[in-house]
Design a protein around this ligand. Structure first.
Ligand SMILES: *Cc1c(COP(=O)(O)O)cnc(C)c1O
Length: 471
């Protein structure tokens, strides 16, 4: 029965195939034809007798079939989406969005050679960390700094460099699990360090730290409780106090600050979050933080702190394995330049602009767009403009929410809402540029905080083009 299907060569010789061959080339086209033939053969075998409807009947149908398969295969996989989840730093949607001037610097570094590890004064070898060292010192107040691929790598590297085969003291209230399998106890054991848990989930006292220090202790450590809050009858020990106890015992004190901000966010009406410079000032010998959370930059891990400790970290062969790439450094440089001029940050730093977008902005936008959205969805759905709360996300300020506004979609008759809302959410994800909202409380919530003016036209146009059918 296979003989009924044409051969790869016969299909490649079809005159109508030439435009596809011109666009995709022989290798790719032939591969797709082979895969398609194999699939059709498989369907045929399963159906046994008649020719399945999926087998093209004419030359033109074959060209069509191959064209569709080629376009599907070669379509972009990493696609832009509309993040209407209300979570600004959404880890699954790529966290921080980079300002255009940062992106331009990355592009330049990618298409031209640059002095990544080349000292232009001496003509000798340079250190990639040195490119931004003076700025990091000035901004954080730390003596020295080094950069790695992400904050998980930074924590692993700090522990492995300073605490291998030794003990690290951490409060039980801070044994964090971040999404994506980052757990402090696991990182600790992979780094070769022994975790010494102290205190209880809700309360840890200064004496807990003091009593845990032995000759085998390598460091005291605090971990930012990024994505949860311990509330009620609680006690934790301030960084300055842990630092003092560590230093009295001749030990370093490290802080995994997680999100890590370099500016006091409360000056823009945001909830207060401890800054990196405050940790340094409180006596932390090492502070690690992410590049793509509150900082608003590329994925990266920063370690700032005491010169002798940073030197030990940089000597660790793991540093070479975890070092930042050229793209990352090219982005970090203009990012830090922005932090040297903090007054301009609200206009220039994309993520900060989104965090501080006033609720009235989103409300006006939602009211402007509501009629078009309602018209496209039809009478089966009831749409309304309602206040809601956005999250900063990525474990930054997990409890504090930002007053926002957007469109809430409910079924008009309230029947089988759960199933229908799930189907609607799937339809919106299938739009050319997927719209990602949040289904909760019998409604689909579209938070407009991250829909900036420049994207509005595209958002509405594709929504109108797609007259979303019921289920
Ligand atoms: C987010 C976070 C990490 C991991 O940082 P990545 O940059 O995502 O690798 C580690 N520790 C804490 C406390 C965090 O909040």
């Amino acid at each position: 029965m296979n003989t009924v299907l044409p051969s790869v060569d016969a299909l490649l010789r079809l005159p109508g195939l030439q435009p596809l061959l011109d666009e995709y080339g022989h290798t790719c086209t032939a591969n797709v034809i082979r895969t398609q033939l194999a699939q059709l053969r498989e369907t045929w075998r399963e159906r046994q007798e008649n020719v399945p409807a999926s087998v093209p009947a004419t030359d033109a149908e074959w060209v069509n079939h191959i064209g569709t398969a080629l376009r599907q295969k070669m379509a972009p996989r990493l696609k832009p989406v509309f993040n209407l989840t209300g979570t600004v730093l959404h880890t699954n949607l790529g966290r921080a969005l980079l300002p255009d001037e940062v992106v331009q610097a990355v592009i330049r570094a990618l298409i031209t050679p640059a002095n990544l590890e080349f000292n232009l004064d001496s003509g000798g070898r340079g250190d990639r960390d040195d490119l931004v060292m003076d700025w990091l010192r000035e901004i954080t107040g730390a003596e020295d700094a080094t950069l790695v691929n992400n904050n998980a790598a930074a924590v692993l590297l700090m522990l492995n460099s300073l605490a291998q085969r030794k003990e690290v003291v951490v409060s039980r209230g801070e044994l964090v699990e971040i999404g994506g399998a980052f757990r402090i106890p696991d990182i600790m054991s992979r780094a070769g360090a022994k975790l010494v848990e102290i205190g209880t989930t809700n309360r840890t006292h200064p004496a807990d730290y003091a009593n845990a220090i032995t000759p085998r202790t390598a460091m005291l450590m605090k971990v930012h409780t990024s994505n949860y809050a311990v509330q009620g009858f609680t006690r934790s020990v301030a960084e300055a106090d842990v630092a003092r106890m560590a230093h009295e015992a001749g030990l370093p004190f490290a802080v995994d600050l997680g999100s890590g901000t370099l500016v006091d966010l409360s000056q823009w009406g945001l909830p207060r979050e401890a800054t990196v410079q405050e940790m340094v000032a409180a006596g932390a010998d090492l502070v690690s933080f992410s590049g793509d959370k509150l900082l608003g930059g590329p994925q990266a891990g920063f370690i700032v702190g005491r010169r002798d400790l940073i030197a030990r970290i940089k000597k660790n062969p793991l540093k070479r394995a975890l070092r930042v790439g050229k793209l990352t450094l090219a982005a970090i440089e203009p990012l830090l330049r922005m932090y040297l001029m903090p007054e301009h940050l609200p206009q220039r730093l994309t993520t900060l602009r989104l965090f501080i977008r006033p609720q009235t902005d989103m409300r006006q936008q939602a009211e402007r767009l509501l009629p078009a959205l309602q018209a496209a969805l039809g009478d089966d759905w009831t749409l309304s403009v309602e206040p809601m709360f956005s999250q900063i996300g990525s474990g930054a300020l997990p409890v504090d929410a930002l007053p926002s506004c957007g469109v809430v979609i409910r079924t008009a008759d309230g029947k089988r809402s759960g199933r229908r809302l799930k189907a609607l959410a799937a339809q919106l994800r299938a739009l050319p540029r997927a719209v990602i909202g949040r289904v909760a409380d019998d409604a689909l919530w579209l938070d407009f905080r991250c829909l900036e003016a420049g994207d509005e036209a595209e958002f509405v146009a594709q929504w109108l083009r797609q007259h979303a059918p019921e289920e």
